[in-house]
Design a protein around this ligand. Structure first.
Ligand SMILES: NC(=O)c1ccc[n+]([C@@H]2O[C@H](COP(=O)([O-])OP(=O)(O)OC[C@H]3O[C@@H](n4cnc5c(N)ncnc54)[C@H](OP(=O)(O)O)[C@@H]3O)[C@@H](O)[C@H]2O)c1
Length: 490
């Protein structure tokens, strides 16, 4: 279930937000401490969803600055006004908390604990203490300094199921986003989602529409598998849009989540029991290899893994970047004996280059600043190696840009002079943001066959999806989702 906080600050705005939140929420939280004026009875009357009335102190991340007695008095008034739920903090002075919890009341009480700086080791002990108190629902919210802090909260959810306790367990911060998505699916009573960006009541809170429409956290699922992308940063990755939409399309309950990771070994050790597969992005494509039980042959040759799959009792690493690029290029040209110029000598050049090499192409590799890297790749691909400044004289049938040149925001940059582009040449740009780079634009003018980086992006995602699900991926739909996602970013 999703709870949307209503934050005012004035009565009129609160009423408007209640109306807007109704279709998206299962619960509303009336944050009285964030409202400069309010008529609580009118707010409760305006909502058809159960309301939690909260009056948070500054100590617990709220704005209420009156006395503790006044704060508790307001909660009592909320009970008298018919609020379904009231939230009271464990840090409330004992002489006020105890009689409040033990009193006869119609409303249910959420007993809450917040920690804005850390997820303490003794969180399990705290849960036990809270279980001993006469509350209806427990709420434990901590700050995730590390992504593995979420695991402590997952463990509490496991215990609460066994203990038959209703528990809200969430981590704050960008590394806690995982818990905001997974908590309701792991048995948590609810998760909080903001009405819109800018109306968050805690760090790392994501929008309710994202929780509901993309992650489908409100859908009933008896069982489901967890996939995701590991990287740093991951906020730019569109994987969560594509894969969650594709799971929905094939009628699967599975879910795909971004994991912001610092230490890939620590992450994998802690999270692997929860996972079925991963996409791997920068900077972990090489580091993940040592954690695999098996590596696919092509990924071994490339020396990088972008896809992790649970196979039997172990983990296998694959690379779908190479296959994704070849699939896009070979729609237009047979690479055997063609002169292929690869711009860049980084990870993408290595992945695509390996596939092009195996197809029997004659390869030239360029380097920019790092000549040694160019020479090394040239050796692996039995390729000629030239500096980017010497390209003018090359004979080219197929040009593959594996450098970031031309990527947003540097829209007017291009890795090669338009003089080198000739009619009939195949030009493939790995860059997909913008959709049409300057290179692709100029190649079209010169009469080249052009292939956008979106094709690689979609094909590598299709490859991942099929490795995980062993089912045909809805490729056209996945392409539409990427195009829409890119469109909304521009
Ligand atoms: N479509 C997709 O799904 C997809 C997937 C992966 C990557 N990509 C694209 O591929 C690009 C490269 O990714 P990567 O992981 O391979 O990055 P990388 O490992 O950092 O390698 C980038 C390469 O580009 C070269 N380079 C940088 N500036 C250059 C310039 N002005 N002229 C010529 N070469 C230049 C670098 O050479 P020096 O180090 O010598 O400067 C390096 O060899 C990304 O920016 C991304 O847009 C797309």
């Amino acid at each position: 279930m999703i709870c949307i906080p209503i934050v005012g600050p004035i009565q009129k705005k609160s009423l408007e937000d209640i109306a807007a939140a109704e279709p998206l929420a299962d619960f509303l939280e009336l944050r009285l401490d964030l409202m400069s004026d309010y008529d609580l009875e009118a707010l409760l009357a305006a909502s058809t969803k159960p309301c939690i009335v909260t009056n948070r102190t500054k100590r617990e991340g709220g704005q209420f600055s009156g006395s503790e007695e006044d704060r508790i008095e307001i909660l009592k008034q909320a009970i008298a006004a018919g609020a379904e739920y009231v939230d009271i903090e464990t840090s409330t002075p004992k002489q006020l908390l105890k009689p409040f919890l033990e009193s006869e009341r119609k409303s249910k009480v959420i007993l809450s604990y917040h920690n804005f700086t850390d997820t303490p080791e003794e969180i399990g002990h705290l849960y036990e203490l809270m279980c001993a108190m006469p509350a209806d629902i427990l709420k434990i919210v901590t700050y995730a300094r590390d992504i593995n802090n979420n695991l402590a909260l997952f463990e509490l959810l496991r215990r609460s199921k066994k203990d038959d306790k209703k528990l809200i367990a969430l981590c704050m911060g960008e590394k806690g986003e995982v818990s905001r998505i997974l908590s309701p699916l792991l048995g948590g009573f609810l998760t909080f989602g903001s009405l819109e960006t800018g109306k968050e009541t805690a760090p790392g809170q994501i929008t309710s529409s994202k929780l509901r429409d993309i992650y489908r956290v409100c859908d009933k699922r008896d069982s489901f598998k967890i996939y995701g992308v590991i990287g740093n940063p991951v906020y730019k990755s569109m994987g969560y849009l594509i894969h969650n939409r594709a799971f929905k399309e094939i009628g699967s309950n599975d879910i795909y989540i971004p994991f912001l990771v610092d230490n890939v070994e620590k992450f994998f050790k802690g999270f692997s029991p929860y996972l079925e597969g991963l996409s791997v992005t920068m900077p972990f494509k090489e580091d993940i290899i040592s954690m695999m039980d098996e590596i696919d042959e092509m990924a071994t040759k490339i020396g990088a893994v972008n896809t992790v799959v649970r196979e039997g009792k172990g983990w296998k690493g694959y690379n779908t970047d190479c296959m994704g690029a070849l699939k896009a290029i070979e729609k237009h040209v047979d690479l055997k004996n063609k002169n292929v110029l690869i711009i860049g000598a980084g990870g993408t050049a290595k992945a695509i280059g390996q596939g092009v090499y195996e197809k029997g192409a004659k390869i030239t590799v360029t380097y920019n600043r790092d000549k040694e890297k160019g020479i090394q790749l040239g050796r692996e691909l039995e390729a000629k190696v030239v500096s980017i400044q010497e390209i003018d004289n090359e004979e080219i049938d197929v040009l593959i840009n594996c450098s970031p040149v031309g990527m947003s925001p540097n829209l007017e940059e291009t890795p090669i002079s338009s003089r080198c582009l000739r009619k009939g040449m195949v030009v493939f740009d790995s860059v997909y943001n913008p959709l049409e780079t300057r290179l692709i634009r100029e190649a079209k003018v010169a009469g080249c066959v052009t292939i956008s980086g979106v094709e690689l992006f979609v094909n590598q995602a299709v490859g991942q999806f099929e490795l995980w699900t062993r089912q045909k991926a809805p490729a056209e739909l996945m392409r539409d989702v990427v195009l829409q996602g890119l469109d909304s970013k521009i």
